[in-house]
Design a protein around this ligand. Structure first.
Ligand SMILES: Nc1ncnc2c1ncn2[C@@H]1O[C@H](COP(=O)(O)OP(=O)(O)OP(=O)(O)O)[C@@H](O)[C@H]1O
Ligand SMILES: [Mg+2]
Length: 225
């Protein structure tokens, strides 16, 4: 039997009540197969982050059905959603969101606090994740002493530390120059080749060109190409 799709949306909608109400996502219907790398492109305000927040279980839809890894998440308790998110999903954001007073490895290890792993094991896993993004030698550095690309690689290591099956990236290269952006996307593409399903929101054509498929979104409506 083939595995269930990583993500299946059926007529998914998100209305922010307002006033006035905003239909940030309308009637989104598409599937992301396990192992795909899908880019989502669209203008500012078109609903990209709204869509990614729904897929990442950071927000709940107002209408429609969302199945994550074959599970209809609509009726799940907040606790089950949190657990699913923790077990399956990694996030990478444009602004990195690293804690400034913590070193690179501490930032990665902190993401595992809720796993119940003992501290020594969290440290070991953090080191392994930093190694995967090529940053072992900077593990004791504070974020302020890292370059933008290095900060984003720490953020990717943090996302990887919980061994996600689905990596959700919201403008991961938005704050990077084109060379560094290329390196970060190369890293993400490499993770995809190792089997991580990737969804990347981007304005950047070069970033989107790394994906195996591009979806366009405009005015809250997704067009599957
Ligand atoms: N919490 C909210 N309450 C009300 N409206 C919201 C809320 N969040 C987003 N919106 C609106 O929903 C629409 C889609 O917003 P969204 O953040 O998804 O856009 P985006 O495509 O990610 O834009 P950008 O490229 O600028 O990040 C916008 O009109 C926005 O103003
Ligand atoms: Mg956005």
């Amino acid at each position: 039997m083939s595995p269930p799709p990583a993500v299946r949306l059926s007529h998914l909608g998100r209305r922010f009540p307002g006033p006035p109400p905003v239909d940030a996502l309308q009637d989104a219907t598409f599937t992301v197969r396990a192992g795909e790398h899908v880019a989502i492109m669209g203008p500012s305000g078109s609903g990209k982050s709204t869509l990614l927040n729904l897929i990442g279980l950071l927000d709940s839809a107002s209408s429609g059905v969302y199945e994550l890894d074959g599970v209809d998440v609509g009726g799940l308790s907040a606790q089950r959603r949190t657990r699913l998110r923790r077990d399956l999903i990694g996030f990478v954001f444009q602004d990195f969101f690293l804690l400034p007073a913590r070193t690179a490895w501490e930032n990665v290890a902190l993401a595992m606090v809720y796993t119940g792993l003992p501290a020594a094991q969290r440290r070991q896993r953090a080191m392994a994740a930093l190694d995967r993004v090529g940053l072992s030698q900077r593990r004791d550095a504070l974020p302020s002493t890292l370059s933008g690309g290095e900060r984003q690689r720490v953020a990717i290591a943090r996302a990887l530390s919980n061994d996600p099956r689905l990596l959700l990236c919201d403008e991961p290269t938005g704050n990077l120059d084109s060379v560094t952006a290329g390196q970060v996307m190369g890293l993400i593409a490499g993770l995809n080749r190792l089997g991580v399903t990737v969804l990347t929101i981007t304005h950047d054509l070069a970033t989107a060109s790394r994906a195996t498929r591009v979806l366009q979104i405009a005015d809250g409506r997704v067009r599957d190409q």
